[in-house]
Design a protein around this ligand. Structure first.
Ligand SMILES: [Fe+2]
Length: 194
């Protein structure tokens, strides 16, 4: 399937989330001295990171309450599903970044509990960009919170959820007078943070 076809299966609200994550991921990638081709792949991975959700039960994704264990396990399948959809269709770095976007720096993430630099750098960048957008946008189970709260929460997660090097780049973005977030859409787009 071509990239255009892959994007077409995504719910439009996830496409918006993907664009916002792409916007932040690109800022982080530039500060981390990624090459042009690495940046290109990072931005495509940002757009596609939740593509696996297209194969999940939409009713589960729309639940406005904490998930049961079974529901949570279902949602946690989306990185592997995304990887399976993308493998062979895009550069392997993109598929690997999608697979690892919910890994955590301390090894407590999913699906493979990778630790530290075993997690591809693009996925460590996506984790911060995804969290920022999840916190600052409305979701079915949580209202949007200000950028300052996202900043504090991501800083708190440095070294546990997030790579400290990426958090440092994120702090730099937040301190930049040139940084302008893409406008909040006020849309409920499901489980961006899950
Ligand atoms: Fe995700």
């Amino acid at each position: 399937m071509e990239l255009r076809g892959l994007l077409a299966v995504l719910d439009p609200t996830w496409v918006e989330h993907g664009h916002r994550v792409r916007h932040m991921a690109a800022e982080l990638g530039k500060r981390l001295d990624l090459t042009e081709s690495q940046l290109d792949r990072l931005e495509i991975a940002a757009l596609l990171h939740d593509i696996g959700k297209s194969r999940l039960d939409p009713a589960v994704l729309a639940l406005p309450r904490p998930l049961t264990t079974a529901e949570w396990e279902h949602v946690q399948e989306h990185p592997q599903i995304g990887f399976d959809l993308l493998t062979g269709n895009v550069h392997d770095d993109i598929a690997q970044a999608v697979l690892a976007h919910h890994e955590r720096f301390d090894g407590s993430g999913y699906p493979h509990r990778l630790i530290g630099s075993d997690i591809p750098l693009a996925a460590r960048i996506l984790a911060v960009a995804d969290a920022y957008d999840a916190i600052t946008s409305d979701r079915v189970y949580d209202a949007a919170r200000p950028a300052s709260e996202a900043h504090a929460e991501i800083t708190r997660g440095s070294g546990s959820q997030f790579d400290p090097m990426v958090v440092e780049a994120f702090n730099d973005v937040m301190a930049s007078s040139l940084w302008a977030p893409t406008p909040s859409t006020r849309l409920s787009f499901g489980l961006a943070a899950r």
